[in-house]
Write a protein that binds this ligand. Structure first.
Ligand code: DAH
Length: 341
């Protein structure tokens, strides 16, 4: 059996020379493991005479402690060396381009909405909003469409459960006219942009949800001339100063007389193309003079006040302006579509 001195010399020597943590582990087993050199000596102590055992025991235990410390140091050193080696291998190429942070932007409908709002603000209008979930009173009754009136058929309405409260998803922004007039006195000019819903089979020009901008101007002597002037100014600011409009007689229960407003096709300057189906005109807006029954429903005196109202489809405007062929693209969330704006 080796002497304690020899064990110490060999152990410390080997620990110092150990190439890596694995080698150190094996050495530890060799010296301090269950059948290691030193362990054997410590085990043999019990067979020694008392006096010798005391001396040997103290020495052997001291050596055990010393070796444990040496192993600990060795482990620490090798660990540090391994780390440095790893860092040395890692290379940073500062000439590589940095990681791009994707930057979002506004949805085309938000863009057109902002543009429309700015134009109307410049024409002296205030922007107001109303709820998408609406009461029957605001969506129909107060707009001169009593219960069971066949004109309600013009809007394929999505009713909400429970039906006892007669709530619905508003099929048009015209309901905001009523909500505003209930709380304000004329004269005023407002627009109300927002989302509307229809129970509808979808195709390239129809969706179950789309967006409108409602307009309402009430004053003492408002006439169709004002309606024409404001709508023409609006379309010229949006589509260019050469735009023309025409009014065709139409029916909406909340106006009398009612009109369909067409704009000259910006694509072909009215000459006729596939966009305007060779007619030279695009149907973009419903409008008219506010019906006396609507004024009565909000407590205005129809003999005192006159007004005009209009409703324009935002999606249709964006499709015309940005040449978008399918209304459903707006809500599909296809990033390839959205990236183009
Ligand atoms: N709300 C109508 C629709 O959704 C559009 C409209 C027509 C609005 C005439 C008006 C109006 O304010 O006077 O079809």
């Amino acid at each position: 059996m080796d002497s304690l001195e020899e064990i110490k010399k060999n152990a410390l020597n080997s620990i110092e020379k150990a190439a890596d943590e694995e080698a150190l582990k094996l050495l530890k087993i060799e010296y301090l493991g269950r059948s290691g050199n030193l362990t054997m000596i410590l085990r043999g102590l019990k067979d020694m005479p008392e006096a010798e055992r005391r001396v040997m025991g103290a020495l052997a235990n001291a050596l055990r402690q010393e070796l444990e410390g040496a192993f600990q140091n060795g482990e620490k050193n090798l660990g540090a060396i391994a780390k440095t080696a790893h860092f040395k291998q890692e290379k940073i190429d500062i000439s590589l381009p940095g990681a791009k942070i994707p930057v979002g932007h506004l949805h085309p409908l938000t863009k057109i909405k902002k543009e429309v709002e700015e134009i109307f603000i410049s024409l002296g209008f205030e922007v107001v909003e109303g709820p998408e979930m609406e009461r029957e009173h605001y969506a129909f009754d107060a707009l001169n469409m009593p219960k069971d009136h066949p004109a309600r058929e013009m809007w394929d309405t999505l009713w909400l459960e429970p039906l006892k409260d007669r709530m619905l998803l508003r099929p048009q922004t015209s309901s905001v006219q009523i909500r505003y007039m209930e709380k304000h006195e004329p004269p005023f000019r407002i627009i109300a942009p927002g989302r509307v819903f229809r129970y509808e089979a979808t195709d390239v020009s129809h969706d179950i949800q789309f967006h409108q901008v409602e307009g309402l101007v009430v004053g003492e002597d408002i006439s169709v001339a004002n309606l024409k002037h404001i709508t023409l100014s609006f379309f010229r600011k949006l589509f260019g100063k050469d735009s023309q409009i025409r009014l065709r007689p139409s029916f909406f229960p909340f106006v009398e007389p009612g009109f369909e407003v067409d704009i000259s096709c910006a694509q072909c300057q009215g000459r006729g193309c596939s966009v305007c189906k060779s007619s030279g005109w695009l149907e973009v807006m419903g409008a008219g003079m506010v019906h006396p029954n609507v004024f009565k429903a909000v407590g205005y005196n129809p003999k005192l006040w006159r007004g005009f109202a209009f409703g324009v489809g935002l999606d249709r405007l964006a499709m015309t302006k940005y040449k978008i062929p399918d209304i459903r693209f707006f809500s599909e969330n296809d990033i390839r579509f959205l990236r183009q704006f």
